[in-house]
Design a protein. Sequence first.
Lengths: 253, 235
Amino acid sequence: MLNPQKLSDPEPDPRGAILPLTAHEITLRLANEDLLHEIDLVIEARSRTIILGPNGAGKSLLLRVLHGLKAPTSGEVLWAGAPLDSVARARQAMVFQRPVLLRRSALANITFVLHRAKLSRQDREARARAYLEMAELEHRAQTPARLLSGGEQQRLAIVRALALNPEILFLDEPTASLDPAATLAIEQLIDTVHNGGTKIVLVTHDIGQARRLADDVIFLHRGRVAEHSQADVFFAQPTSAAARAFLAGQIVT
Amino acid sequence: MSDDSSVLSLALRLLATGDDNLYAIIGLSMRVSLAAVGLGCLLGIPLGAALAVLRFPGRTVVTALLNSFMGLPPVVVGLLIYLLLSRSGPLGFLGLLYTPSAMIIAQTLLVTPIVAALSRQTIADLNDEYAELFRSLDLGLAARLGALIRDGRYSLMTAALAGFGRAIAEVGAVMIVGGNIAGATRVMTTAIALETSKGELALAIALGLILIALAMAVNLMVLGLNNFAQRRAYA
């Protein structure tokens, strides 16, 4: 589990906050189709924001646009009111649905991203081991990352993203192909990350997972934000027809 | 001329007794081809990596050219280097013609496209896998290339071995720019060609056996590397 002593920065981060994250009239058009349509969102610091919706609603695309991997056709993404710059770039991290792990040991996967921090070799390795411990992977330090189980790989990907010391962490369906036990371990790890003060933005189509994790819910339907509300409000009284149908277990396309 | 079985036993005796002439020829072959592979890797791996990662106009054409250069005829490469290095050529003042250096240059030209084309494929595949992560991490070009080359190292070694196989076995280029001078530029392939034409089959066969053994050793190393890499889940 998290050992704040080992992971806390020697001095506070001088770079300042990059949140809230604002999406301003984001439209993404591919092959004459609006995959995302005039999306307006304000995503505040610290809470766990869940982007929920059926397959094909544009959840992963929205996440990629917010993270800056994909440029929107029109509209803009603002970090604390300013366009993406190198500071905002460095203060965010993303975990992909299929973890992208380097063909190295679990430990080396983490030291790789720590290269940006100016640390001695020993400090870097000590930090990397603390992150492995957080993912309960300390006994797997020297195992090639790609020989880990699916759940272990995803936990490694999460703490590797965390090693970047992000203010905001994007997760794209991190438990999509995992069994319940592995899913639970991931959700506990996400809770730990959240308790450490990192903003979570997580995409899922799993209503149970949204209920377990969400502070606020963005419900996406056909490339539009059907609603964005506090989790208790959303699950008790969804205002959009699409969200009501989705929560009732009907097939929503 | 002796019959086949006595020629073969003579060849084996040459190998077993450590004939100086024979081993000098083998040594020069190895030196020239290893140097060419070393240079070919220094040039070819960064070239292949750049082609795999960078997007620029004409990239497809360059890739197609590179792939077709994998099959450059050694005699043509030999001729080209000969023209460059001959007394009246643009690099004639270097006085390199008929030296091992000229042979290394010619074989480097043969090996580089092979290493570059195979590296490009390896690194392009790896880059497809890593590209989104690298963008998310906001890595610079040097860091990206470094990570791709490091993580693709086993496949890149295979590319280098393929280049070595090409260099050690070719005869046309070293013959033209080296001149097959005894004790100076005579390598296994040119010696085999000469000894065979003279009817001195024992030495030719001994060298032929060595070449085949080398080819097999290279292939075994490739297999071994692939196995090792797969076991470590790096490939």
